[in-house]
Design a protein around this ligand. Sequence first.
Ligand code: CA
Ligand code: CA
Ligand code: CA
Length: 470
Amino acid sequence: MRGMTNWVLMLGLISITLLAIGQQPAVYQRLPVISDDGSDVLFQTVPIGTGGLPTLDVFQMSPNMMRTAGMGVYLRTLAGLPSLIAQDSARPHFSISQGMHIVYMRGGNGTPMQVYLYDRQQNREILISGLGTDPVNRQPGANHSVCPRVNKNGRIIAFASLDPGLHDPNGNGIPDPLPIYATPTVDAPWIIYVHDRDVDGNGTYDEISPDPTVVTVATYAVAVTSFPYVALSPDTGGTYIAYQVYNATNRVWGLFVKDWRNNLVTDPPVAVSPVKFSVPSVVGITQPVIGALVAFTANVAFNGNRAGVWLAEIDFSGAAPAVNRFVPVSLNNGVNGAPVISPDTAFIAFHTTASDIVIPDTNLVDRNGVDDIYVFDLTTLQPVWSTLFVRNIPNSPPPPIGLFDPCVHPSLSSVVGNNLFVAFEHWWKDPATGQQQILVRKVGIDLTTFASNLLFAWKTGRARRYVPLR
Ligand SMILES: [Ca+2]
Ligand SMILES: [Ca+2]
Ligand SMILES: [Ca+2]
């Protein structure tokens, strides 16, 4: 441990095992989302080999006690579509501010998937992908609705749907004609809807008219083996969505960011590639531009840029949104995925098979050939943490992460005090079950070092200093 302590101190970072959610679980634990303050982690559990249904659970952290909230919300697979689509489309999400509002989808057994919200303060489940001014009697949609995302105050929910009958901008429970820009086609059958729980703006989610309203913001084309994914910015207005559209004529993917209230979308797309980008992450910012910051990975060259993990700064202050600048976070030799921006726009995490990322002031070398999580500081554009730090360390708090265990799907809190929390999937090579679990690690930040890094970065012209939209 002494050697580890030395480089940890040199780097000004402390990394400890905070917790492991369950040990040797009889379930796969998947797709973690951590709250802004690092106190809660939402994840999906999938029973191993029993044919049982996936459920959602929430792990609550406190200094003395760690426990699950026992959500017991059951998810079913998406009827008629390949299971892989169902798994990723089922990706649950919750409002990152105290995680009070959880969105997910369930259905199956011949009924279409529907999007629901669980309000943990009211202990109440509310159908989102339906019509009707009274949520108790709201009628479910007639076709699949998937991939819900919710902003930090639980007010705005975005989701993708095959049902053209959910557009109800005046909130009277009667569907209205879809706008031309969001009319589905053979190539683009998925519709992106945005549900607003507080249309009257009184700060209360009354759940009765005029509060619940659904506006249609875009359509989404998917390739045969793909699934719709929409990202929503966490700010209190849920201002921006990001999504990808497959252009069947040109056989390329386009990455779009949209200010849905003002119907402003990047046109042409932010980035274009013959290979699908990873699921994007989008946040609203007020500096260095008024607009959006979107993170994505490109595994081949795009728009004349090299493959890697990228940010695009998109200026929404003018009449038409424009890419202000592409920012390379990591141009590495690996396959990269699942980039996620912390809600305070200070850090980005992603998983990668790269073996050529150098973390300053460390002698760690990534030679395991499997996915590791990396956290980069967005101010300095330097890596500050990796699962390499906590791999293969004897006597570290259990369970240890083996040298060749993949670590994927990170989720980041904001900086809390001097800490940053990262949750991720740890897969260990159990020949019988191939089990996977959610781990949370605390990344300590030495603010003195942080400040000097900032100064250095400004001098070398690399600092970005993103300021999040609140
Ligand atoms: Ca209507
Ligand atoms: Ca209201
Ligand atoms: Ca690795």
